[in-house]
Design a binder for this molecule. Structure first.
Ligand code: SF4
Length: 464
């Protein structure tokens, strides 16, 4: 099911986009296609690929899944040995084909294309300034801003780019490509992941390292905060667009977004989730017959909980993987049906059992409420809910739609009220200390703490 609909239906968090690029490889468009397939979980609204022959850039894009937008005919049109691609989730700027990336900028500098994962928090101010100076925007996406900033700076392309990046606040992993050079960029706070791999004589870049496997690339390293990799046929060079950096990887990348087979900052996602489940079991023990996880992102944490507690791990919920895309505008009834379409309780496993149900997070509480009802309807005697992250009490401004303050259930209900609302017998969250123990200290936890790692001025402007 389309993740946006899933969000409306079930109250889960919306994703933020993924980027994938290749340099100096045969059949670049086909490799980008496979890479984007592996990143499909990061965005399902639209996708695009741009490829360069060294002389000319061509681009194809469309709304929908990678497999719906591309076929061999379209990929054959994209000739060249370097290319970038994007899967979109419209966290900022809304949907529509014009916002599907890579964005193509035609200019006196020659054509260049942009693929962006993240959210520019000072987008409004920058756009106003740029429009006042005569820039004309062709999309409503904040990703186009970097293109206009580049055009307005002085110097050669690389110099312009380095200067332009210093105007941006917020989260960005960019792949920018002109006809002969690729620029691979990570923001100075390191919010979004971006990895580099090696493939024969060429290089591969991806939002998640798990996408390297499908194209046969070998993981080399993650980019550092503030790093710009310049890749052309003569050189691969690493520069910093700023020295003022911090490492604030989005905690939600570990908790929910990324695939378990990805590694971020040298920490495997499955292992980090499992560790959080282990700590959760230490912090919040409860007597039960079985431990189950909500598929897929909570299974690793459930394994960790089971392993530490000694309570058997079981498959209590089955995910229906073949739910088609639907565009019905959801009301409450459809939301409930949506959860039923997506998940089924295994009566043979859960009937008459005391269950520990592990999930990765609670946003609006609707998912938890429906899943607990599913389990109880299937005969579960008790459901003890354990959440492998802390309560989400603040919105995200860095490219993840964690809703508004009023929609975040942990903001409006205390633990006892929330337990009653979702219908659990008991409920507990992983502590903030537990999250740091499981995921390391170099993470952004602003949606759990309200302590934002960037200037509040831009964030407040963003809210207007
Ligand atoms: S506020 Fe939350 S979702 Fe947003 S980047 Fe920080 S940890 Fe991630």
């Amino acid at each position: 099911m389309m993740r946006e609909l899933e969000y409306f239906l079930s109250g889960k968090i919306k994703e933020e986009c993924g980027v994938f690029g290749v340099f100096n490889v045969k059949e670049a468009s086909t490799l980008v296609y496979y890479g984007l397939h592996s990143l499909q979980h990061r965005g399902q609204e639209g996708t695009g690929i741009a490829v360069s022959t060294g002389e000319k850039i061509s681009r194809e894009k469309g709304e929908g899944l990678v497999s719906e937008v591309f076929n061999s005919e379209k990929l054959d049109k994209l000739q060249g040995k370097m290319g970038i691609g994007h899967v979109r989730y419209s966290t900022s700027g809304g949907g529509g084909i014009e916002n599907v990336q890579p964005i193509l900028i035609r200019s006196h500098l020659g054509d260049f294309v942009i693929a962006h994962n993240g959210n520019i928090v000072n987008a409004k101010e920058l756009k106003m300034q740029l429009e006042a100076k005569g820039s004309i925007f062709h999309t409503t996406s904040d990703s186009e801003i970097i293109g206009h900033l580049i055009l307005r700076e002085v110097g050669e392309f690389e110099e312009k780019l380095m200067k332009a990046l210093n105007h941006l606040e917020g989260a960005f992993s960019f792949l920018i490509m002109n006809k002969d050079t690729m620029y691979v960029i990570r923001d100075k706070n390191g919010f979004r992941p971006l990895s580099m791999g090696k493939l024969e004589e060429g290089f591969v870049f991806s939002s998640e390292s798990s996408a390297f496997e499908i194209v046969g690339a070998e993981y080399i390293r993650g980019l550092n905060p503030g790093e710009v990799l310049i890749v052309s046929k003569d050189r691969i060079e690493s520069k910093q667009y700023t020295e003022s950096t911090q490492n604030k990887m989005c905690a939600m990348e570990y908790i929910y977004f990324s695939r378990p087979d990805s590694s971020i900052n040298n920490l495997n996602v499955h292992n980090s989730r499992r560790e959080c489940g282990t700590i959760l079991a230490k912090e919040s023990p409860v007597e039960a017959d079985i431990v189950i996880g909500v598929p897929d992102s909570s299974l690793s944490a459930a394994m960790g909980y089971s392993n530490f507690s000694g309570i058997p791990y079981e498959i209590g919920l089955i995910k229906n993987r073949y739910v088609g895309r639907t565009f019905i505008k959801p009301n409450q009834k459809q939301r409930e049906r949506g959860v039923k379409m997506k998940l089924s309780a295994m009566e043979a496993v859960v009937k008459n059992k005391k269950i520990i149900l592990v999930d990765d997070s609670i946003v609006r509480g609707t998912t938890s409420k429906h899943i607990i009802k599913l389990l109880k309807d299937a005969g579960a005697k008790e459901v003890h809910m354990r959440i492998a992250s802390s309560p989400i009490t603040n919105p995200c401004f860095y490219g993840v739609d964690t809703s508004t303050y009023s929609e975040l259930i942990s903001n409006t209900l205390n633990l006892k009220e929330l337990t009653e609302y979702i219908g659990a017998d008991t409920l507990n969250f992983l502590s903030l200390e537990g999250m740091y123990e499981g995921l390391g200290k170099n993470i952004c936890t602003a949606c759990f703490t309200g302590k934002y790692p960037t200037s509040m001025f831009s964030l407040l402007e963003n809210l207007k």
